[in-house]
Design a binder for this molecule. Structure first.
Ligand code: DER
Length: 235
């Protein structure tokens, strides 16, 4: 079983919860793309009907359009029945780090208004403590205007906990731009994120912060596919 097989297995398991007539939040990333493909497949087989998809990124919107999934947006559908999305890290309390793909703002907007939010992941995403995996950061979407001031405030706020704040750049060395034309500051908490709620509140309070990648107490179900099988955890 390859890692991509595990992603697909978790995704297909989650799509079993999609019922005809639902408004479905379509996640972003290499795991969620399998869920989007599976929903399209079931629609074309007639096993699912009258689905409206709310994409969480331009990438997912393009994939869903190409596959013929009817799409809408949060303005027309302010409540979502079920959202399915991946995660970068999942802790034992089903708290998540998301946004390493840069889609955290739209994902959090859609998933925070979803009645059910099913997270799909392969076993490599399971951690004891968020942010501890060293190489991974907590992404923070920041407004471009004054971004350096916002970065410095975040750096000062967390430097005592050994955190390093870096502006994310794209392949060409330019600042990475999100779908919303904002920048991303990555917070590398080398010793893991302590006091999750307090950290989340402190980040949100900083002027210029648009959103961050700590998704606390949001997932209602987490489906983890591992080489030894699939585990489903409910909140
Ligand atoms: O960037 C994101 O928020 C993605 O959903 C990420 O959390 C999971 O992406 P992956 O399924 O490609 O690992």
């Amino acid at each position: 079983l390859t890692l991509d097989d595990l992603k697909r297995i978790a995704a297909y398991e989650a799509v079993e919860f999609v019922e005809s007539g639902m408004v479905v939040g379509l996640g972003t990333g290499s795991t969620a793309k399998h869920a989007v493909a599976r929903i399209a497949e079931l629609l074309h087989e007639g096993k699912l009907k009258n689905i409206v998809g709310i994409p969480t990124s331009k990438t997912t919107e393009a994939q869903a359009l190409a596959l013929g999934i009817p799409l809408s947006d949060l303005d027309r559908h302010p409540f979502v029945d079920l959202a399915i999305d991946g995660a970068d890290e999942v802790d034992p309390q089903l708290n998540l780090v998301k946004g390493r793909g840069g889609s955290l703002y739209r994902e959090k907007r859609v998933e925070s208004v979803s009645r059910r939010f099913i997270v799909i992941a392969d076993e490599t995403k399971v951690v004891e403590k968020l942010g501890e995996s060293g190489g991974h950061a907590v992404p923070v979407e920041v407004a471009r205007f004054g971004w350096n001031v916002t970065l410095e405030r975040l750096r000062t706020l967390f430097e005592s906990s050994g955190c390093v704040a870096k502006l994310r750049s794209n392949g060409g060395g330019e600042p990475f731009l999100t779908d919303n034309m904002n920048y991303i500051v990555d917070l590398y908490f080398r010793n893991g994120v302590a006091y999750l709620q307090a950290t989340s509140d402190a980040i949100k309070r900083q002027i210029g912060v648009v959103e961050h990648g700590l998704f606390l107490d949001m997932a209602t179900t987490v489906i983890i596919a591992g080489r030894l099988g699939v585990t489903v955890k409910n909140n």
